[in-house]
Design a protein. Structure first.
Length: 437
């Protein structure tokens, strides 16, 4: 890669910060990473990666010489003119984005006409304008500002960084925007260079649209259950239309993660605060909440009251290939099951440590079969590839009961039934009442 690449700063070493840092190091940049979490920074200096993301540890190790970690902002300011901001923007109680970490970064900047903040964090439309005003009020009018939203997905974050569908740069047409465009140029991605507000909206609208697609297919799945159609077939038939596309049409037990739930709510709030009632997003959120709870009804349909029933959860993370438990469907499910009197045991290949921080009263097991042993029902929550490899006859023999609720439509219903199990998917022909008639 180019040896003539400028050093950059990255503020915040969570998912986005570390992937951005490792990604730019791969492109040849020196990267100065800053975080207020001194424990995290100490760990990173010793090669300890605080998140589980395929390929990240290796990439950071590969570029150890180019990656610098510090709790001191001045280290980044001294070496880099572009400071990528990747701090958290979690939801507040009202659902608005909490911008306190972003504001702390803005306040910590010194007056300068040689630096720019490059916003990777997902922020409400208008945040860039506000920050520029604050800079002016604080006597830092020379500080430049660029919006450069991040679209990576957890589990495939490195690939998403290095092979993005597009790079969006929202700026005022100054040196900072040019420098960001140049930084991303080697990736050869489609570039959308626009104004700051539009760039901010691209991010929120993209997440809201994808979440809408998921809630839509989940509602189609629910109607499939009533009518005897199979949502997997329906999604295939729909997805082959180029205008629709096959992605994000997997019906399941709802979307989770650190982004969709919070960003959909944040866009709804943003619209409301601006005087527009975003009706569609209310439904997207409500459908998602109800979708997680439909598992309980499916269990009750076969088991009756769940008091003292042993339920095994396979997978806890909000999706495979991550240990992220933020807004995972397993959180709602495990608490609803326990409220109904069930005994819950669970297994996840990597998320147990994170799950233990958030889930109480669940018995964590070290293999899928340990969790399944003696269970009245098994619920597939997260479609980790290893679950697709399970020997279904072995599963049946290990269970006390015979019900498999496939929350992600991972299994072939015919194979499950051939193993002597009862199958309940999401919107699958075999789970419809009609099948039994
Ligand atoms: N996680 C994703 O997949 C993803 C993808 C795209 C966009 N985003 C957005 O990117 C942002 C970051 O998300 P994340 O998941 O990486 O967050 P995270 O919570 O994993 O990490 C945030 C980091 O910022 C640090 N931090 C907080 N305040 C700071 C300060 N003042 N100075 C320096 N460091 C500070 C925290 O200690 C933490 O390490 C959010 O706005 C999120 O919506 C996330
Ligand atoms: O067809 C689908 C696709 C996804 N999901 C669920 O949707 C959630 C989110 O999945 P995914 O989008 O793959 O993961 P994230 O890492 O949360 O990535 C989303 O959120 C990021 C943060 O903003 C964005 O950068 C990404 O572009 C956007 O895909 C998960 O619970 C999935 O199980 C479904 O139920 N059905």
């Amino acid at each position: 890669m180019s040896t003539n690449r400028e050093p950059i700063g990255v503020i915040g070493t969570g998912y986005v910060g570390l992937v951005t840092a490792a990604g730019f190091a791969e492109l040849g940049n020196e990267v100065y990473c800053v975080d207020i979490d001194s424990e995290k920074i100490e760990g990173l200096k010793n090669g300890q990666i605080p998140i589980w993301e395929p390929g990240l540890e290796e990439l950071i190790a590969k570029h150890r010489d180019r990656l610098h970690f510090s709790t001191n902002l001045s280290d980044a300011l001294e070496h880099a003119r572009l400071l990528f901001v990747a701090v958290g923007t979690p939801p507040t109680y009202s659902g608005d984005a909490d911008l306190s970490a972003v504001n702390a970064v803005v306040d910590a900047m010194p007056p300068s006409d040689q630096h720019a903040l490059v916003m990777k964090s997902t922020v409400p439309v208008g945040t860039g304008e506000t920050i520029k005003r604050v800079f002016r009020e604080q006597g830092k009018a020379g500080f430049r500002y660029v919006s450069c939203p991040e679209f990576l997905k957890e589990g495939s974050a490195i690939k998403d960084f290095l092979e993005p569908d597009r790079v969006v740069v929202g700026d005022d047409g100054d040196w900072a925007g040019d420098a960001v465009v140049e930084l991303y140029a080697p990736l050869g991605a489609e570039l959308v260079r626009t104004d700051i507000k539009s760039a901010e909206m691209v991010k929120l609208a993209s997440n809201a649209f994808l979440a809408t697609k998921i809630s839509f297919i989940n509602e189609i799945a629910n109607v499939c259950e009533e009518t005897g159609a199979d949502v997997v077939e329906v999604a295939k038939g729909m997805g082959l239309d180029n205008r629709i596309g096959p992605k994000f049409l997997q019906a399941g037990i709802g979307f989770g993660g650190s982004c969709f739930p919070k960003d959909v709510t944040a866009l709804k709030q943003l619209a409301g605060n601006s005087g527009y009632h975003f009706q569609l997003l209310n439904s997207v959120i409500e459908v998602n909440e109800l979708q997680k709870r439909r598992v309980i009804a499916k269990l009750e349909k076969h088991l009756g009251k769940l008091v003292d029933k042993k339920i095994a959860l396979l997978g806890l993370a909000f999706k495979p290939n991550t240990d992220d438990m933020r807004e995972a469907s397993s959180l709602v499910l495990s608490s609803r099951l326990q409220a109904a009197g069930a005994h819950v045991r669970a297994y996840d290949p990597v998320a147990e440590e994170e799950a233990r921080k958030l889930i109480r009263g669940v018995s964590f097991k070290s293999t899928a079969l340990d969790a399944i042993e003696g269970a009245d029902a098994v619920v597939l929550v997260t479609e980790w590839p290893e679950f697709a490899e399970l020997d279904l006859v072995e599963v049946k023999n290990a269970m006390a009961g015979d019900l498999l609720v496939d929350g992600r439509n991972l299994f072939d219903p015919g194979q499950v039934r051939d193993a002597g199990l009862l199958y309940e998917g999401v919107g699958r022909a075999s789970s419809a009442a009609h099948q039994e008639v």
